[in-house]
Design a protein around this ligand. Structure first.
Ligand code: RTP
Ligand code: MG
Length: 137
């Protein structure tokens, strides 16, 4: 069944010039990009986006990291794209994410408080609709 998901190229991905490669992988897998925008998020958007992590020790460093530069927000569509994109992205921790994935091939640890792991992808249909509404209000 066709789904949509919110993809973010996080500030590390944009700053390192990896946006094109990351979007190319999404397209190469056969998904369609239906929204695409370079943006500088506000704290308000990020606090809504990361609501489930509020109160965790990495919450504030995560928000600071996400405020550190522009991000690319996109909506990708296709059958099972939510699972499909998370599979493409790889595990949260880039040092050990599987080779072949975006995080595994292009990311690593940089000795900082927060995982700079290049991308975000929604984790359920409910999250996808909620997040798309936040970023593409
Ligand atoms: P995402 O939501 O960004 O797609 O990543 P995820 O599901 O793999 O990871 P999640 O657990 O939802 O965490 C959201 C983001 O917070 C940062 N994080 N840092 N202990 C840490 O340093 C830590 N834990 C999480 C990462 O940027 C992660 O993607
Ligand atoms: Mg998550």
């Amino acid at each position: 069944m066709s789904q949509r998901t919110l993809v973010l190229v996080k500030p590390d991905g944009v700053a390192r010039g990896l946006t094109g490669q990351i979007l190319a992988r999404i397209e190469a897998k056969g998904y369609t990009l239906t929204r695409l925008e370079l943006m500088t998020p506000t704290r308000e958007i990020l606090e809504q986006h990361y609501e489930e992590h509020r109160g965790k020790p990495f919450f504030e460093p995560l928000v600071q990291f996400m405020l550190s530069g522009p991000v690319v927000a996109a909506v990708a569509e296709g059958d099972r794209v939510i699972e499909g994109f998370r599979s493409l992205a790889g595990a949260t921790e880039p040092t050990t994410a599987a080779p072949g994935t975006i995080r595994g091939d292009l990311g690593r640890d940089w000795g900082e408080k927060v995982q700079k792991n290049l991308v975000h992808g929604s984790d359920s249909p409910e999250s996808a609709e909620r997040e798309i509404g936040i970023w593409f209000a």
